[in-house]
Ligand binder design. Structure first.
Ligand code: AMP
Length: 364
């Protein structure tokens, strides 16, 4: 339902409320996107291979099928007005069945799926990354150790997330063990960055090329998993804001990205270095639900629906978001009791170690 008719003199080319948004992936990002869509009067249809994905519980429709099931994708496309994704490890080929309804487009998805292609693309877009090499054999790993110096980190090119598929090499003897640890998969070898801090820029871009970055967010990780995001990010990071936001904009532009894009950075002594990008809403943007004038989820929907981008400024002096990982979720009663704590539980069932079960935000 794409309409140009709006009340009185306001003229928009947009999908009107009541339209159906398809979301590939049924995790917590899809769930929070569906909640934001419901607020604006849109319907969501989740596509996911699992039995009871947590996004489907808050959405109008659910298709349970594998992501490479072309027949199911064709049917799904016929039932949706616009389609987006909440995670990037989707097979690109079958998504051509979505008949041009996919936003962001396939380029954003393909680039973010392969750490080697991603780094090549980032460099071509003018972003700075830590020195790296593609590695396909133990000999390649050994030559990367010689050329990059130590420490280095091996990361599988595909299907890595939250620190999975990664192994550090701190002495030449560790090279073989690290190569075994990542399953001898095609990988990148990255020079270890002696960073002062990590941060992200979550930015939205619409079809006309308008862009709206959220304030820089400082991120603290433990065991490769995000634990806490803080805004304002602090002076050490904010002095890099101009360069980092310019990089994020150049990346979004080069991808012709429509929707929210997240760029994760290291704050290093040589300036902001891009660690990786996610062509989607991101855990480090969850604070925007209560802390920004427009949440990252609403902003993403605005971009893909053809609505004007909202105000990405903050509503308070600052915000702190803590992830509830594994058993942390058992503390829910404490958070729901304390004033000023905004508790989000994802309804995911079993609290396995390392599993993101919810988050808590407080405004400061
Ligand atoms: P990633 O999955 O690439 O985001 O890596 C997870 C975490 O590992 C990052 O957030 C950093 O804390 C750390 N890390 C990854 N790559 C590097 C690197 N080249 N140098 C230093 N730390 C890194």
């Amino acid at each position: 339902m794409r309409s140009q008719r709006r009340p009185s003199e306001i003229f928009l080319v947009a999908f009107v409320p009541g339209s159906t948004i398809g979301i590939l992936g049924g995790g917590q990002l899809g769930r929070m996107m569906a909640l934001a869509a419901a607020q604006l009067g849109y319907r969501c249809h989740i596509f996911d291979p699992h039995e009871r994905p947590c996004a489907a519980e808050v959405s109008a429709d659910f298709t349970r099928a594998e992501f490479d099931d072309e027949e199911a994708l064709r049917r799904f496309a016929a039932e949706c007005d616009v389609i987006t994704y909440e995670f990037e490890n989707l097979p690109v080929g079958p998504l051509r069945e979505l008949s041009g309804k996919l936003k962001p487009g396939l380029k954003s998805l393909a680039v973010a799926q392969d750490r080697g292609d991603e780094k090549t693309f980032l460099e071509s877009a003018g972003a700075k990354v830590t020195p790296w090499r593609a590695v396909n054999s133990i000999e390649d790993v050994q030559s990367a150790v010689s050329s990059l110096g130590l420490p280095i980190v091996l990361k599988t090119r595909r299907y890595g997330y939250d620190g999975k598929g990664q192994a550090w090499i701190r002495s030449p003897e560790e090279a073989e063990k690290a190569w075994d640890a990542i399953g001898k998969e095609p990988a990148v070898a990255e020079a270890g960055v002696d960073f002062e801090a990590e941060f992200s820029v979550v930015i939205a871009r619409d079809e006309d090329g308008n862009m709206a970055p959220f304030p820089l967010t400082r991120n603290r990780h433990l065991d490769g998993i995000l634990r806490t995001s803080t805004v304002p990010a602090g002076p050490q990071i904010e002095k890099l804001a101009e360069e980092a936001v310019a990089s994020a904009k150049a990346i979004a532009e080069a991808l012709d990205h429509i929707g929210v894009l997240t760029v994760e950075f290291f704050a290093s002594s040589t300036g902001p270095l891009v660690n990786e990008i996610a062509p989607r809403v991101h855990n480090s943007g969850h604070w925007t639900i209560e802390g920004a004038q427009t949440s990252q989820f609403e902003q993403h929907l605005r971009a893909i629906l053809g609505l004007p981008l909202g105000d990405s400024g903050m509503v308070a002096g600052g915000a702190i978001m803590d992830n509830l990982i594994g058993n942390d979720v058992d503390r829910w009663a404490e958070f729901v009791t304390k004033p000023g704590r905004h508790l989000h539980l994802y309804g995911k069932g079993e609290a396995r170690p390392g599993r993101k079960m919810g988050h808590v935000t407080r405004l400061t």
